[in-house]
Write a protein that binds this ligand. Sequence first.
Ligand SMILES: NC(=O)C1=CN([C@@H]2O[C@H](COP(=O)(O)OP(=O)(O)OC[C@H]3O[C@@H](n4cnc5c(N)ncnc54)[C@H](OP(=O)(O)O)[C@@H]3O)[C@@H](O)[C@H]2O)C=CC1
Ligand SMILES: CC(C)(CO)C(=O)C(=O)O
Length: 310
Amino acid sequence: MRILVLGAGALGGYFGARLIEGGAEVAFLVREGRAAQLAARGLVVESPFGGFARPVAALMAAEPGWDAVLLSCKAYDLDAAIAAIRPAVDERTAILPVLNGLGHVERLARAFGADRVLGGLAKIQATLAPDGTVKHLNDWRYITFGEASGTMTPRVEALRAAFDAAPGVVAEAVPDVMARMWEKLVHLGTSAVATVLMRANVGEIARAPGGIALMQSLLERNMAIAAHHGHPVRDGFEAEYRRIFSDTGSQYATSMLRDLEAGGRIESDQILGFLLEAARRAGVPDALHEAAFVSAKAYEQRREAGRLPR
Ligand SMILES: NC(=O)C1=CN([C@@H]2O[C@H](COP(=O)(O)OP(=O)(O)OC[C@H]3O[C@@H](n4cnc5c(N)ncnc54)[C@H](OP(=O)(O)O)[C@@H]3O)[C@@H](O)[C@H]2O)C=CC1
Ligand SMILES: CC(C)(CO)C(=O)C(=O)O
C-alpha cells in the first residue's frame, strides 16, 4: 500500500515509521525545517515498543499516486495542509485524518468530497523533540478509523491490513467512527480542560485536594455533551476513564499541556472552543470549559506578544 504522510511530527512520524516497518510504501510530505532534519538524521523514533532510525522518503511537494494520505498536522495548519495534499489526492486516495477534534472532517469533505475522507483518531502520547526525535511516551499506541457511513470498505480493510502488519500499533477499523471521535473528545476534553486549567498532569491534579472530583465532574459533563449530540459513550468507557482520572500516580499529560509548556501554538479553538460551544448547545454546565478556553486564549495573547517566561 502506498501511503503519503502529511507531517513527520509526533503522530505522523510515529505511525509513518511503524507503517514502513510493516512493509507499506511510505513518503512524508514535509516543510523546509523538517525536511532538513530528516535529511540530516533520518526519521528517529524512540518508543517502549522499539526504536526506529532510518532514512525515509521526504517530499516537499505532493505528487499523485497514493492509496491513502495520513493527515497528521495540527488543526491550526489544516488549510495549508489541504493545499499541500491536493495534488496527491485522486479518485483512488482515501484521506485518514488523526487530528483531535471534529471540525476538520467537514472541512476536508468540503475540500475533497465526502467520499475521499475517512474518520480517524489516535490514542497515543507522543511528542516531537526540538532535535527532530519523535518520542513515544507511554504504552498507548492506538489508531482507529472507518467510513463515516459505517460501511466496511476495501480501502478501510487495506488500511487495517497495513497497520496490522506494523509493530507498535494497535489498529481498529470500526463501523461507528464518528461516535468513536466523540468518545475521544470526551476523553481529551476531560484531560485537556483539566491539564490546561491546572497546568499540571493528571497525577498531580489527582493528588491535589478536590482534584479527582474535578476531573470526574468534567468527565460526567463531557459524557453528557456527547450524549446530547447523539453519541453516548459505549459500555465500559466510563469505568475505564474514571480509573484514569483518579490515578494519583499518573504521569499522563496532554499534548496541549506539552505544547503550552514548550511555549508552542495550541489547538484552542478546535478543541477547547469546540467543546465549549458543544456544552452550551447541550445545556451542560460549562464554567470549567469556559475557564479553560479563556485561559488558552489569554496564553495565546501572551505568546504572540512575546511575554511568556523563558
Ligand atoms: N501528540 C500526541 O500525543 C497526540 C496528538 N494528537 C493530535 O494529532 C494531531 C497532530 O499532533 P502532533 O503529531 O502532536 O503534532 P506535531 O506538531 O508534532 O506534528 C505536526 C506536523 O505537521 C506538520 N505540518 C503542518 N502543516 C504542514 C504542511 N502544510 N505541510 C507539511 N507538514 C505540515 C508540521 O510541520 P512543521 O514542523 O513544518 O510545522 C509538524 O511537524 C493534532 O491534532 C493533535 O491534537 C492526537 C493524539 C495524541
Ligand atoms: C490521546 C490524548 C487524549 C492523550 O492526552 C490526546 O489526544 C492528546 O494528548 O492530544
